[in-house]
Design a protein around this ligand. Structure first.
Ligand code: 2IT
Length: 454
């Protein structure tokens, strides 16, 4: 039994010991929780009620976790069985909200980490959204569209029991885009006989919000703009590298380019491209067709643009840049990569993925005093526009791109302000990690106290 009268540091250390023991095999979940908890000491010092109410103990336990079998048949009639999950982490601020990830790496561990992060991120958006995440160890790469459809239908045959417009609203994530959302929504509608906005990231011709595909990436670029402005600087003329060229990466590149930055490096599963001339509108159109329509490899980019270099199996972090945007997946940027970026003069790291920097990398950026923002703050534009999609669905209206973009810019600016405000209030001026964690935590914690022991 923990003694809540002992000092905060002892409490936190005991809390973490028990937490680690209970979740022993769940390494990324432990990493995500440790990253948050190490920034909360000043909050608990100021308001010991959070200790007495066991808020941390309650916050790190998902409210509910669903695990299920997903059987499906491939085009040759062979049967396959995948695992499906939905982690309904926290509903203090609203219905569970978060993406669905289809990738061979998906486990209960990775989804608990993502759902935990999502709870804080959604709290930061200012919208009434709880946190959740789901997915399967099914990999859409190399599957035919029919196979993907059969898999998505089978996935929903179980998941439809647990989701719904006022309960839990999934969206896309890695390996799950508008095509997969379409198949899942179709089966959900068939089984429930109910056309409601139970998913976001739908296509705009049947309920999706304009600008939802672009929102995460555009939001990342807007957040970087806000960060640079604190040092009287701007994106114009900056040399940038990104990592993953999925939905987040491509639209981060697009907005950076529109704002006058020069993106010279990007990558996919096969390797990275160095294009010293930088990306422009024509190259972006080519990349969108390559990635979203043909689902091809970046190897093809250098056939089309022979002045660029393809570097098999290599990441982008050794390419000299002013600003770096990790947009692929967790722990893609380690301490060595962080030191290389810093040595080459990088002054800003703005995360588009969830927890892409390892703890060693975060420490290196913070010690160097460069601008560094965690994904839960800078990539919140995606889920924010999902929130706006829900609003439009409820009102049965469509907003224009300009209207959604104006909301997105306002939300990113407000997240940026809260990070800095809470960081300063709790003696960590300029620390976006502490600011995001504290701002996200306080809103969820206070709502949990208001709602009692549930
Ligand atoms: O990581 C994320 O914020 C997402 N995958 C988007 C979640 C959402 O509900 O739009």
């Amino acid at each position: 039994m923990l003694n809540t009268t002992m000092n905060t540091q002892t409490y936190l250390s005991d809390f973490l010991t028990i937490f680690r023991r209970k979740n022993a095999a769940q390494h990324v979940f432990i990493q995500a929780v440790e990253e948050v908890v190490r920034t909360l000491a000043p909050v608990l010092d100021k308001k010991p009620q959070y200790i007495k109410e066991r808020i941390l103990e309650r916050m790190v336990e998902p409210e509910r976790m669903i695990a299920f079998r997903v059987p499906w048949k491939d085009d040759n009639g062979e049967i396959h069985v995948n695992r499906g999950f939905r982690v309904q982490f926290n509903s203090a601020l609203g219905p569970y909200k978060g993406g669905i990830r289809f990738h061979e790496s998906v486990t209960a561990d990775s989804l608990k980490f993502l759902a935990f992060e999502q709870t804080f991120k959604n709290s930061l958006t200012t919208l009434p959204l709880g946190g959740g995440k789901g997915g399967s160890d099914f990999d859409t790469r190399g599957k035919s569209a029919d196979e993907v459809m059969r898999f998505c239908h089978s996935f929903i045959n179980e998941l439809y029991h647990h989701i719904g417009y006022h309960t839990d609203i999934p969206a896309g994530d890695l390996g799950c885009g508008a095509r997969e959302i379409g198949y899942m929504f179709g089966q959900y509608k068939k089984l429930t006989n109910d056309f409601t906005g139970a998913f976001t990231g739908k296509k705009p011709n049947w309920g999706g919000s304009l600008l939802r595909p672009e929102a995460t990436g555009y939001g990342v670029a807007y957040f970087a703009q806000n960060m640079l402005a604190t040092r009287k600087d701007e994106l114009k003329g900056k040399t940038c590298v990104i990592s993953g060229t999925g939905n987040v990466g491509i639209y981060t590149m697009e907005k950076l380019t529109q704002l006058g930055a020069n993106v010279v490096g990007f990558m996919d599963y096969d390797g990275s491209v160095y294009d010293k001339e930088g990306i422009n509108a024509e190259k972006l159109a080519y990349l969108k067709d390559l990635v979203f329509v043909r689902r091809g490899s970046l190897k093809e980019y250098v056939q089309k643009y022979p002045h660029a270099h393809f570097r098999p199996g290599q990441k982008t972090w050794d390419i000299a840049c002013d600003c770096a945007f990790p947009t692929a997946c967790e722990n893609e940027l380690d301490g060595a990569a962080a030191n290389t970026l810093l040595k080459n003069g990088c002054r800003l790291v703005c995360e588009g993925a969830n927890m892409p920097s390892t703890p060693e990398a975060v420490q290196a950026f913070q010690q160097a005093g460069i601008l560094y923002s965690p994904g839960k703050a800078s990539n919140a534009g995606g889920v924010a526009v999902s929130g706006l999609e829900m609003t439009q669905n409820s009102m049965r209206v469509y907003w224009s791109r300009e209207e959604v973009d104006a909301y997105l810019q306002r939300i990113m600016a407000s997240i940026h302000t809260s990070c800095l405000q809470y960081a300063a209030e709790f003696a960590r001026p300029g620390d976006y990690v502490a600011g995001a964690n504290i701002a996200g935590f306080l809103k969820v914690a206070d709502a949990m106290i208001d709602q009692g022991l549930v």
